[in-house]
Structure formats: structure tokens, C-alpha cells
Design a protein. Structure first.
Length: 252
């Protein structure tokens, strides 16, 4: 019944020797990522901090399985990732909502790859909308919502599939300071209370304060080409309770 210890302690995500190049047509290719190594363990929130253009979004796409790196490997729970891997969700800086669809329809899109009966999809979408604090806005259109609420829709669409790994690409950087802080706090509360059974979060940010407030570890990403050049461990002033037995029971 119990998994062997070695498997239990295996990283949730393992990125090994990833290199990503893009053809520039004629001249030598652009090397965006080179020798990127990182691991994510269950229970962690990890930040990725680096300059614009250093390849952070490219790395997140590779971890999500949306692009296949030119070299190296990305594995998730011990298996190579692919675009169809379930269990990984990505949240975008620009929200990436469809303006002609309602909140509920946008959130249901997160379930597209999984299929399922309309009634079941509706039920799951409404639960995610409720969880993220958008109860009552199911039938609103994105243009009727503030930036913070739009990103809540983006989060609901990511959470509706009950991912084990949440990747967030500068999720709060399009929001004003107060809105970003509220959303960040709400998300941390959900995580700490074990109300979203996610095992790990990897978050790209430009904001050092945000990284320190949210993350257990911050990976420093160098540029030209992009790779992890350092790591900072964050000692939190207030312990988070997400490692308590109730939460562990949810994710194990
Ligand atoms: P960051 O998220 O750190 O700002 P990106 O991963 O978006 O960086 O981009 C890194 C570099 O890769 C940039 O120079 C960008 O122009 C280039 N790039 C990203 N995607 C592509 C693509 N599909 N084709 C060609 N170049 C790309
Ligand atoms: Mg980016």
C-alpha cells in the first residue's frame, strides 16, 4: 500500500539539461535556454526571478509540455511531460480569456481536454468559480470585470482540473499593487488551508517582495542564455500550515 520511500521522495518535477533554441532563419540559432536544471518537491512554492527576455516563459511552457525542448528532459511525477499530461495548469500574465465567453464558459474551457458530461463540467466550473471568490459572476463577460477579477477567472480555469502542479507566469504583474496583494493573499490562504489540493507552485515574478512573501525558494534565472544561476531559501516569519497532516493527506 505504501509507496517505497525513494518514490515518495522523488521530485514532483525534474528538469535536466534543458536547452531551447529558435531558428532565426539563416544566421546561427537563438539559444534561449541552456543547461537548465531544477527540481520541485511536493509542498513547495518556488519563485523564478529573472530579467525580461531571459527565457522564463519558455521554461514554463516546456514544463507544461506545451513545447518540447531542443535538448534535455522534463519529467513530472517520474514521467516525461507532454502537451496532454494532465495534472499541470498554467496561469498567464495577460489572463488569456475569451472576451465573447462568460466567466463560466471560460472556466469550462479548462476542462475541454478532459471531456465529461455538460452537467459535470458545469458543476466543476461553478465550484472553481466559488473557490476563487467569483460567486455570482458566472454569467458576466470579461469586459465587465476588473483586472483582479479577470485573473481570478484565469485562476479558476487553471484550478478547475484539480492540478497537482500550478505554473504561474507573472500572474499579478498586470494588476495594481493592492489588487495584486489581495489576490496573492487569497491564493496563499487557499493553499495553506489545503482547499486546492495542489502539490507545488512554480511562479515567475519580477517582484522580489512578492517572491519573498509567497515562496519557500527563489531560483535566480540568468540570461543569454537563460539558466538557473542561483537559489535563495526564504525563512518565513510566520510558518505556513500547509505541511500539516490534513494537507499532506490531501496530496499524498
Ligand atoms: P521571458 O519570459 O523571460 O521574458 P521568453 O521566454 O518570453 O522570456 O523569451 C525568451 C527569448 O526567446 C526572447 O528573446 C524571445 O524573443 C524568444 N522567443 C520566445 N518564444 C519564441 C518563439 N516561439 N520563436 C522565436 N523566438 C522566441
Ligand atoms: Mg515571460
Amino acid at each position: 500500500m505504501n509507496a517505497p520511500l525513494a518514490i515518495k521522495n522523488a521530485p514532483l518535477v525534474s528538469v535536466l539539461g534543458v536547452r531551447q533554441t529558435y531558428d532565426k532563419g539563416g544566421s546561427s540559432p537563438l539559444v534561449v535556454l541552456d543547461r537548465v536544471d531544477l527540481t520541485l518537491q511536493s509542498g513547495e512554492i518556488v519563485g523564478l526571478l529573472g530579467r525580461s527576455g531571459s527565457g522564463k516563459s519558455t521554461l514554463l511552457r516546456a514544463i507544461a509540455g506545451l513545447i518540447r525542448p531542443s535538448e534535455g528532459s522534463v519529467s513530472f511525477r517520474g514521467e516525461p511531460v507532454s502537451g496532454t499530461s494532465s495534472g499541470i495548469s498554467l496561469v498567464f500574465q495577460s489572463f488569456a480569456l475569451f472576451p465573447w465567453l462568460t466567466v463560466q464558459q471560460n472556466v469550462e474551457l479548462g476542462l475541454e481536454a478532459q471531456g465529461g458530461l455538460p452537467a459535470e463540467r458545469r458543476k466543476r466550473a461553478l465550484a472553481a468559480i466559488d473557490l476563487i471568490g467569483l460567486d455570482g459572476y458566472e454569467n458576466a463577460y470579461p469586459k465587465e470585470l476588473s483586472g483582479g477579477m479577470r485573473q481570478r477567472v484565469g485562476l479558476a480555469r487553471a484550478l478547475v482540473v484539480h492540478p497537482r502542479l500550478l505554473l504561474m507566469d507573472e500572474p499579478f504583474s498586470a494588476l495594481d499593487v493592492l489588487t495584486a496583494e489581495t489576490l496573492r493573499t487569497d491564493l496563499l490562504d487557499l493553499w495553506c488551508e489545503g482547499r486546492m489540493p495542489i502539490e507545488a507552485i512554480l511562479m515567475v515574478t519580477h517582484n522580489i517582495e512578492e517572491a519573498v512573501l509567497m515562496c519557500d525558494r527563489i531560483l535566480i534565472f540568468g540570461s543569454n542564455p537563460g539558466r538557473v544561476i542561483g537559489e535563495v531559501r526564504v525563512e518565513l516569519p510566520q510558518p505556513r500550515n500547509r505541511l500539516d497532516p490534513a494537507f499532506r493527506a490531501l496530496v499524498e
